[in-house]
Design a protein around this ligand. Structure first.
Ligand SMILES: *Cc1c(COP(=O)(O)O)cnc(C)c1O
Length: 381
């Protein structure tokens, strides 16, 4: 069976984890490996400040707290996303306002955002689906015009860019995930990118259980104490050590994934040209990280048949997401603004193919062959 995902592993992870324990004698948060990861991301992505967190979800939760929302404040987000995009803002009492996606990138349709804005709107949350950027120029313009904050859910977008800028560094905040299903991993983990320096100090306090511990460590206060809201959002240095091994090989991982992505694209293009499937669209100005390779088929029935055909041929393929606005919690905590032109229809026909660092070339061949054989059998001509 060809797995859908295999967590990234470059081989030096365990050496660094051992170093954390045996050499550094530092395994809690913000040790030497955390500092290496922070510095690497700040330099590579030209980010003002990066803080590792226990998950992408935790990074989103920190961003939601930093946005200082009050119950009833509204947050605009796509319905086609992972639950964490919504739970983070629901947890601070915000009302979720779902906006339709664009059928080409599956990202929030920037042209439909402004109509959803009310006098309670405070935040826009663009989700860079599959590591392909949302139309950030338009989104930032809308946010400026209406005085809104922007939280980029860049969980899937580490190492992707929009007009030369790293995803996660364009909004007020950016949130990365280092879950095992993402391009770079520490098991469970994430990072908050803070692009407006006025939020840095408060972010450090919120991450350190509401204490001013980081100021204390810098010698700027003479004792540390509880000063604000907070939780424990910082990850262990063991996890950071694991991630560091992969950040050192970030380009190698990225190139390997892109090679698989390009292989799929090239070899499935004839099926797309024949009108059997649709391939992902990468708009001009977007450089993606091959987080995901998906195809779209005719409808839900064809997708169900394709996934079971692939399984019979030893290929694990999956679909997602059940749109949040039609989920039980989405119905409770949010509303869909405008017409659901594409969210449900497009999500019903999307299939994700196996994609991970180190996917062997004979396996890529088998995936393509299995997709081709489905359409050969099901061909009506
Ligand atoms: C993975 C993911 C998250 C959550 O990240 P975790 O690290 O699993 O908490 C949030 N949003 C999107 C779009 C994701 O893909």
């Amino acid at each position: 069976m060809i797995d859908f995902n295999v967590p990234p592993y470059v081989g030096t992870e365990m050496d660094y984890v051992r170093d954390a324990a045996e050499v550094n004698h530092k395994i809690c948060g913000d040790g030497p490996f955390s500092r290496k990861c922070h510095a690497w991301m700040e330099e590579r992505f030209h980010a003002e400040k990066v803080l590792l967190t226990t998950s992408g979800t935790a990074a989103l939760e920190m961003a939601a707290v930093l946005c200082d929302l009050k119950p009833g404040d509204e947050v605009i987000l796509p319905s086609f996303t992972f639950s964490s995009t919504a739970t983070a803002f629901q947890a601070v009492g915000a009302t979720l306002v779902f906006v339709d996606i664009r059928p080409d990138t599956m990202n929030i349709d920037e042209r439909k955002i402004e109509d959803a804005i009310t006098d309670r709107t405070r935040v826009i949350v663009p989700v860079h689906y599959a590591g392909v950027a949302c139309e950030m120029d338009a989104i930032i313009d809308i946010a400026r015009k209406h005085n809104l904050l922007v939280v980029e859910d860049a969980a899937q977008g580490v190492m992707s860019t929009y007009k030369g800028r790293a995803l996660g560094t364009i909004g007020t905040f950016g949130c990365y995930s280092f879950h095992e299903t993402k391009n770079y991993s520490m098991g469970e983990g994430g990072a908050l990118v803070i692009n407006d320096p006025q939020y840095i100090q408060r972010a450090e306090i919120i991450r350190e259980k509401g204490t001013n511990r980081s100021l204390f460590k810098l010698g700027q206060v003479d004792k540390y104490t509880w000063v604000d809201r907070g939780s424990s959002y910082l990850q262990s240095d063991l996890n950071a050590a694991y991630l560091w091994a992969q950040l050192e090989k970030a380009d190698e991982i990225n190139d390997d994934r892109l090679a698989t992505w390009n292989f799929y694209y090239e070899h499935l293009k004839p099926l797309a040209d024949a009108g059997k499937i649709e391939l992902p669209v990468i708009p001009e100005g977007c450089v993606h990280n091959a987080h995901m390779f998906y195809i779209k088929v005719k409808d839900l029935d064809e997708r169900t048949a394709l996934i079971s055909h692939l399984k019979e041929h030893g290929v694990m393929a999956v679909f997602h997401y059940v749109p949040l606005h039609s989920s039980p919690a989405g119905l409770m905590f949010g509303r869909f603004h405008g017409e659901d032109e594409y969210t449900t229809k497009e999500s019903d026909r999307l299939v994700r193919l196996p994609m991970y660092y180190g996917l062997r070339s004979e396996h890529r061949d088998r995936v393509v062959n299995a997709v081709e054989s489905f359409f050969a059998i099901n061909s009506t001509v």
